[in-house]
Design a binder for this molecule. Structure first.
Ligand code: ATP
Length: 358
C-alpha cells in the first residue's frame, strides 16, 4: 500500500478533538476525495498528511515507512491550496519554475520541465504573462503547475476550485481529471462539493464531525449508503426521508400507509421503534407500480431545469422532491400520483441511523 493512515487522531492544543480514528489505505495512482460539511476535519486530515499539522496519535506510512515525524519536504508531497497565492510580479513561467529555481536546478532542466508542465496544463501561450492578466481558472492552473513540476509522489489539493465561478469550476474539474490521467499522480483532494467528489474520485471518504462515515467508490456511496448522513449527502437533490414510528408493521407518509413488511420480512423487531424510509428524487415514477409504493400528493412548486424538473410535493405537511422528465412537468397545485419501486427504497434504523439491509 502506498499511503496508510492507521487510527489517526487529531487533538488541537485547545483540546478540540478534530479527527477521530481515521483509517485509510491508498494505492499508488489513486484519486481519493475527502468530502463532508464545513468543519468535519477534511483539511485537518490533509494537513496531517502534508506534514503541516502534527498527528496526535496513530500511524502514518508512506511506502510502508512511518512518516509521522517527517517534515513536509521529506514526505515528497506537493499541495495546492484554496487561495492559489501566485507571486504577482512574476510571470507565469517564473511562478511555475519558482520551486526549482530555489533549489538551484539547472536552467535547461527548468526550461524543459516548465514547458512540459505548461503543455499538460494548456498554459504554453501564457508563460510570459503576469498573473493579473489571467482568468481565475488560468491562475489556478498555474498554482497546480507549481505543484506538478515538483514531480512528487503525492499530490494534495485543498478545495482548489472554491475561488472560481460555477462555469470555471466545471471546466477546471474536467481538467484536473485529465491532468490526473496524464500524470498518474496519487492525489488526495478535499472538497465540500459532492459533485466534485463524485466526478473526480476513484474513492470517496465521507466525513462528519471528525468521523469517517463511509469510504467507497462514487457508485458504492450512491447505491449503497451505510447511513442516513451519507444517503442525504450524496445525490442532488438529496434523498427524501420519511421518519416515523412503526405500528403494525407500517409507517405513514402524510397520512398514507407504507406497509414495510413488503420490503422487510422481519419488520416485527422494529415495532414501536423509529424507522427512516428513504427514496431518491430520481427514483420516483409518475404512475402506479405493482412492486413498489404508490402515493398521492399535491404539487407545491416545480423547477424546470432543462431535461428534468424538480417537483416539490407536500402531502399533509410531509414534503419531498421528485425529479421527473421535464416533458412530464405537472402543474402547481395539481394532485399527482407517483410510485417508488421497491428496489429503490432505503430503510434506516431511526436510532442508530444505519441502513437496514433486507
Ligand atoms: P472546511 O470545509 O470549513 O475547511 P474542514 O472539514 O476542512 O472544514 P477543518 O478545517 O479540518 O474542517 O476543521 C475541523 C475542526 O477543527 C473545526 O471544527 C475547526 O474549527 C477545528 N480546528 C481547526 N483548526 C483548529 C485549531 N488550530 N485549533 C483548534 N481547533 C481547530
Amino acid at each position: 500500500m502506498y499511503i496508510t493512515l492507521k487510527d489517526i487522531n487529531k487533538i488541537y492544543p485547545n483540546g478540540f478533538h478534530a479527527v477521530h480514528n481515521f483509517n485509510l489505505e491508498i494505492e499508488k495512482g489513486e484519486f481519493v476525495v475527502f468530502v463532508g460539511p464545513s468543519g468535519c476535519g477534511k483539511s485537518t486530515t490533509l494537513r496531517m498528511i502534508a506534514g503541516l499539522e502534527n498527528i496526535s496519535s496513530g500511524e502514518f506510512l508512506i511506502n510502508g515507512q512511518r512518516a509521522n515525524e517527517k517534515g513536509p519536504r521529506e514526505r515528497e508531497v506537493a499541495m495546492v491550496f484554496q487561495s492559489y497565492a501566485l507571486y504577482p510580479q512574476m510571470t507565469v513561467f517564473d511562478n511555475i519554475a519558482f520551486g526549482l529555481t530555489l533549489q538551484g536546478v539547472d536552467e535547461d532542466v527548468i526550461e524543459e520541465r516548465v514547458q512540459k508542465t505548461a503543455k499538460i496544463l494548456g498554459l504554453t501561450d501564457y508563460l510570459d504573462r503576469l498573473p493579473r492578466a489571467l482568468s481565475g481558472g488560468q491562475r489556478q492552473r498555474v498554482a497546480i503547475g507549481r505543484a506538478l513540476i515538483r514531480k512528487v509522489g503525492i499530490f494534495l489539493m485543498d478545495e482548489p476550485l472554491s475561488n472560481l465561478d460555477a462555469k470555471q469550476r466545471v471546466t477546471m474539474r474536467s481538467e484536473i481529471a485529465q491532468i490526473h490521467k496524464e500524470t498518474g499522480a496519487t492525489t488526495i483532494y478535499v472538497t465540500h462539493d459532492q459533485t466534485e467528489a463524485m466526478t473526480l474520485a476513484d474513492r470517496i471518504v465521507v466525513m462528519k464531525d471528525g468521523y469517517v462515515q463511509q469510504i467507497g467508490t462514487p457508485k458504492e456511496l450512491y447505491f449503497d449508503p451505510v447511513n442516513v448522513f451519507v444517503a442525504g449527502f450524496i445525490g442532488e437533490p438529496p434523498m427524501n426521508f420519511v421518519r416515523d414510528t412503526v405500528r403494525d408493521g407500517c409507517i405513514s407518509f402524510g397520512g398514507q400507509t407504507i406497509d414495510l413488511s413488503r420490503k422487510l420480512k422481519n419488520i416485527g423487531r422494529y415495532e414501536g421503534k423509529e424507522i427512516v424510509f428513504g427514496f431518491r428524487p430520481e427514483a420516483a415514477v409518475l404512475e402506479k407500480c405493482e412492486n413498489g409504493y404508490t402515493f398521492c400528493c399535491n404539487v407545491e412548486l416545480t423547477e424546470m431545469l432543462g431535461d428534468y424538473t424538480n417537483v416539490y410535493i407536500n402531502q399533509n405537511g410531509q414534503q419531498a422532491i421528485l425529479k421527473v422528465d421535464s416533458h412530464d412537468t405537472p402543474e402547481t397545485d395539481q394532485d399527482l400520483t407517483f410510485s417508488v419501486p421497491m428496489e429503490n427504497v432505503y430503510l434506516f434504523d431511526g436510532e442508530s441511523e444505519m441502513v437496514i439491509r433486507d
